[in-house]
Design a protein. Structure first.
Length: 202
């Protein structure tokens, strides 16, 4: 009997678009903790022993950070007055606008991290960088945000294009960065660059 695909949803990596699209295409897949799909942003280790085919969508760390910054600007146009430099320097910990889930490296949603398996919500403080090895990845199929339309059509043999919901609009994500903020992102998301194969901007 074929294994059902299990989608591991990393925040700000096209999951909001992908899930309704797969539903519309009548693709049978697993997602979240319950039948109502609660607990959507959960690490794959929670389903380590489940006999499912686990897949995810990863995203360039630089554009992922820019995307969330712009999302906060759209969501709170009057209250969110921080600059991009403020946001990156604080790693998202800005009082009422704190976004700890986005600053958790993508890699930790995808590997065998026993310390977070029973937590309802994980933060950057739950992560031990020294306790992770490349061999502990539990994902079988990696799709890329940058090529998600082609990737998802090929994986599920679909013909129609996937609409992109909550899409951030920017011409050049590099324009948001200076040497200081690039270094912060590179050091904080070092495993995303190294393990998931994203190139660092010089």
């Amino acid at each position: 009997m074929p294994r059902l695909p299990r989608f591991i949803h990393i925040p700000k990596s096209a999951g909001t678009s992908l899930i309704p699209f797969l539903d519309e295409c009548e693709v049978d897949f697993l997602y979240g903790v319950t039948g109502k799909r609660n607990g959507k942003h959960r690490p794959v280790v929670q389903w380590k022993d489940e006999k499912s085919f686990k897949f995810t969508v990863t995203r360039n760390p630089y554009t992922r950070v820019v995307s969330w910054f712009l999302y906060l600007q759209r969501l709170f146009p009057k209250k969110f007055t921080y600059t991009f430099d403020d946001y990156v320097t604080a790693k998202g910990n800005l009082d009422e606008f704190a976004t700890p889930s986005v600053w958790i490296p993508q890699y930790f949603y995808l590997c065998d991290v026993k310390e977070i398996i029973n937590k309802k919500r994980i933060t950057i403080h739950d992560i031990d960088y020294n306790n992770i090895e490349p061999k502990s990845l539990l994902i079988e199929r990696f799709l890329r945000f940058e090529t998600i339309n082609e990737d998802i059509k090929e994986m599920f043999n679909l013909q129609k294009d996937m609409p992109h919901l909550n899409k951030s609009t920017y011409d050049d994500p590099m324009a948001y960065y200076n040497d200081k903020t690039k270094k912060i992102v590179q050091e904080h998301f070092v495993l995303d660059f190294e393990i998931l194969g994203y190139e660092k901007w010089i």
